[in-house]
Design a protein around this ligand. Structure first.
Ligand code: PLP
Length: 413
């Protein structure tokens, strides 16, 4: 028998991260299990954005590029993210979107392996990652191809001497499976390839050690566990050994060695700055910067421990209280191979999720049949896990989901 509500509350009382919840704007009664899609707003971020609007843009206008430090936002934010992903100072930039950053680092990686044509990834990777490879291959002028594996077990065998790049998302967006970054990177290097990691579901959810794994390139997302706001800029990592030599194709003026020399031809910055392209979206950068402050007070091992506890508890409670309703665990049962989310498959997943959302239990649906629940340890409580499962059990028991209003799909699911 899993624990009761009292016991869940007791776990919250002992939780070393409990105090962080009040720094998020979460309305009473809301159980937010979708921080892996869009992290919530933090207290203080509005004020910082308002200051940017009123003083920096509104009053000081163009002077703010220097005076307010707009110009150095990409590297400043990179420095804040670096400790979360095991990167050193000067190894991370915040810029563009995850998709665009992936394009840049993939092209850079391919240029380092000109005699190889194969990019290995997973068929179940987030689609944009695969689409970016397809788009790049179409314009690379050579016959690159994507070699897709159907599961983690197949990766090792897919890596051979033809492989230029292994591109994986460390934590699968759908199943929550967490790859062994170090082992896969080593295997990739042994066969002469390069490893590109997508940290969209890792950064801020669990400790990452890019340097320790000897990763070559990485990208990640600002609006999921980093809570930077809708469409927040993304980040990219380039291993120090490549920073002053590798080229990327989107060679815009912000990546120039001396942008304000306004020279007619491109000369790449001698640092990771060569991975910048154009003017940063300052207001979004400022929102992300303020959102990142919280991490200087957070222990990532506490985050990981709580994340495991929340996910384990959720699985245990669902399997006990929702038994007999055909929910199939899609995420790994082993905690060490699971990120910070839990997914269950059900034929009526879409309607069930809508019914949950109507009760203020917000997770999301991923086609074709997945109920996805993200557990962001900075604001999700053990009691939220308990209550979410009670709602789910009730919806299944009563068939509440089986109503027309829960079956209409919007453009974004
Ligand atoms: C969320 C996510 C993205 C998002 O890419 P955008 O360019 O920000 O739309 C990319 N890859 C993965 C693996 C993701 O989970």
């Amino acid at each position: 028998m899993a624990l009761d509500r009292e016991a869940a509350q007791e776990m919250d009382r002992k939780d070393s991260l409990a105090g962080f919840r009040e720094r998020f704007r979460l309305r009473d009664g809301l159980i937010y299990l979708d921080g892996n899609s869009l992290g919530p707003l933090q207290v203080g971020v509005e004020e910082r954005v308002r200051q940017c609007l009123e003083e920096e843009w509104g009053r000081d206008l163009i002077a703010s590029w220097n005076k307010a430090g707009w110009y150095t936002l990409p590297q400043r934010l990179g420095e804040k993210i670096a400790p979360l992903i095991g990167a050193g100072p000067g190894d991370v930039l915040v810029t563009d979107s995850t998709s665009v950053n992936l394009f840049k680092v993939l092209a850079a990686a391919l240029s380092l392996r000109p005699d190889r044509r194969v990019i290995v990834s997973e068929r179940s990777n987030f689609p944009t990652d695969l689409y970016m490879v397809e788009g790049l291959a179409r314009f690379a002028g050579r016959d690159h191809s994507l070699r897709l594996v159907d599961g983690p077990d197949e990766i090792e065998n897919a890596i051979d001497e033809d492989v230029a790049v292994v591109m994986l998302t460390e934590v699968n967006y759908r199943t929550g499976w967490m790859h062994d970054m170090k082992a896969i990177t080593r295997r990739t290097h042994e066969s002469g390839g390069l490893a590109v990691w997508d940290l969209a579901h890792s950064a801020g959810a669990l400790p990452v050690d890019l340097a320790g794994a000897d990763a070559d390139f990485a990208v990640g997302c600002g609006y999921k566990y980093l809570n930077g706001g809708p469409g927040a800029p993304a980040f990219l990592y380039v291993a120090p050994r490549f920073q002053n030599s590798v080229m990327q194709p989107l060679s815009g003026w912000f990546g120039h060695a001396d942008p304000f020399a306004m020279a007619p031809s491109f000369e790449a910055a001698p640092t990771i700055h060569r991975f910048l392209t154009g003017t940063p979206p300052v207001i979004s950068m400022v929102a992300l910067e303020a959102s990142l402050d919280i991490w200087s007070d957070v222990s990532l091992s506490d985050v990981r421990n709580k994340s495991r506890a929340l996910c384990d508890l959720f699985i245990e409670l669902v399997e006990e209280r929702c038994a007999g309703f055909d929910l199939q665990l899609v995420s790994p049962r082993q905690t060490e191979r699971r990120g910070s989310q839990v997914c269950f498959a059900h034929a009526e997943a879409f309607a069930i999720m809508q019914a949950l959302i109507a009760r203020d239990v917000v997770g999301d649906f991923r086609a074709p049949d997945i109920l996805r629940f993200g557990f962001a340890p900075l604001y999700v409580r053990h009691v939220d896990v308990f209550d979410a499962v009670e709602h789910l059990a009730d919806i299944l028991r009563t068939g509440e989901w089986d109503q027309p209003q829960f079956k209409a799909r919007g453009a974004v699911t």
